[in-house]
Design a protein around this ligand. Structure first.
Ligand code: EPU
Length: 337
């Protein structure tokens, strides 16, 4: 297998940043991946490129995971459950559409999320009341050090809000090669509690929604708020929604009575970072080629030929402004390289 030299990664990252990889290879099978790992341990793994901000030339060999395939795996213990094993290189939204076509329920709320299946567990992707951990059964990952496959069940992954062990203690140690989901075959348990989904269904006079109706509602909401990476480069939410203690929330509420919030526990409250950023005046603003999206301040965008550093600089200015105004430190959701 041969690496290509000096390849632009522009079409491999949803921000559309034009960064050069000194060495690049795309792998289609597990045996190709193992062959590479037998010679190269210090690599940069690239999947859908939907959660990464590239700020500098990549000197490590870039390995693009393009292993495809979807299959049902037997497990007859529950006659409403279906177990679907999906290879890492499958596009996430195309997999959602495949499930809808086969009437398999569980991931309809996760429609239109950019990226590939292999990276979906890394940050426990989530939207509109559902996270991947709700339908996750197990995954297989190649351990780089030993070049062997290891299996992880849900407990081993230690999922949290946009978190898993693959972003923390096991960062850069494994390459996820496939994920198995446990979905429903008929009695689907729909999650339509999210306000915007309810509104969308009511608007379309849908009283008894199917999984396809829920997916369509989510697609409509996302299209109205979030920019399509094919039209304008972005990586979805750039920051995580911060969680603060209740005493701090109460004092903020005095000053900003309309502050949106979600209860996490008796002591903890989550605040939408988009609101904090909008309050600091960034929403819809453009700084050179980098900007903040006009409908969702949590999303940073590439207006054309932004460099990774321009976007990074904007993110730092936002962090500083939110810290100064609210005394809240935001964490980035996107991986900065
Ligand atoms: N808001 C504003 N101004 C903004 C954006 C949001 O005031 O510019 C406030 C509004 O009050 C709104 C609230 O924030 O009601 C929540 O906004 P939204 O429903 O858009 O959700 P979010 O908390 O900003 C999170 C996820 C999204 C996911 C949505 C829906 C994170 C970091 N982001 O955003 O995920 O689609 O909920 O479930 O948790 C992603 O991870 O890339 C992503 C897009």
């Amino acid at each position: 297998m041969k690496f290509q030299n000096n390849i632009s990664l522009k079409k491999y990252n949803t921000f559309g940043i034009d960064i050069i990889a000194e060495k690049f290879i795309s792998v289609n099978t597990l045996s190709q991946l193992k062959e590479i790992i037998s010679c190269h341990k210090d690599i940069f793994v690239l999947s859908g490129g939907s959660n990464v901000l590239l700020t500098q030339k990549i000197k490590k060999p870039v390995v693009h995971i393009n292993i495809k395939g979807i299959e049902l795996v037997g497990n007859e213990s529950d006659n409403n459950a279906v177990f679907v094993k999906v290879q890492a290189g499958e596009n996430w939204h195309e997999f959602v559409l495949w499930c809808l076509e086969h009437n398999y329920g569980g991931i309809e709320n996760l429609s239109l999320i950019p990226g590939n299946v292999g990276t979906s567990p890394m940050q426990n992707i989530g939207a509109y009341g559902v996270e991947i951990k709700d339908v996750f059964y197990q995954l297989e990952a190649l351990e780089i050090a030993s070049n062997t496959i290891k299996k992880f069940d849900k407990a081993n992954c230690n999922f949290g809000y946009r978190e898993s062990i693959f972003k923390n203690i096991d960062k850069n140690k494994f390459i996820i090669t496939n994920v198995t989901f446990k979905l429903t075959k008929k009695m689907h348990s729909l999650n339509t509690s999210y306000g915007a989904i309810q509104e969308e269904l009511t608007k379309n006079s849908i009283k008894a929604p199917s999984i396809k109706d829920v997916s369509n509602a989510v697609i409509a909401i996302r299209k109205s708020k979030l920019p399509d990476p094919k039209e304008i480069g972005n990586s979805g939410s750039f920051f995580k929604n911060p969680v603060i203690n209740r005493a701090k929330f109460n004092s903020l509420k005095q000053k900003y009575p309309g502050i949106p919030n979600y209860n996490i526990s008796e002591d903890l409250v989550k605040i939408p970072a988009g609101w904090l950023i909008e309050q600091c005046g960034f929403k819809g603003k453009r700084f050179g080629n980098a900007g903040v999206h006009k409908n969702q301040a949590l999303v940073l965008v590439n207006h054309g030929n932004a460099t990774g550093l321009e976007i990074y600089e904007l993110s730092q200015n936002i962090l500083k402004a939110v810290l100064e105004k609210f005394d809240i430190g935001l964490d980035t959701e996107v991986n900065i390289v």
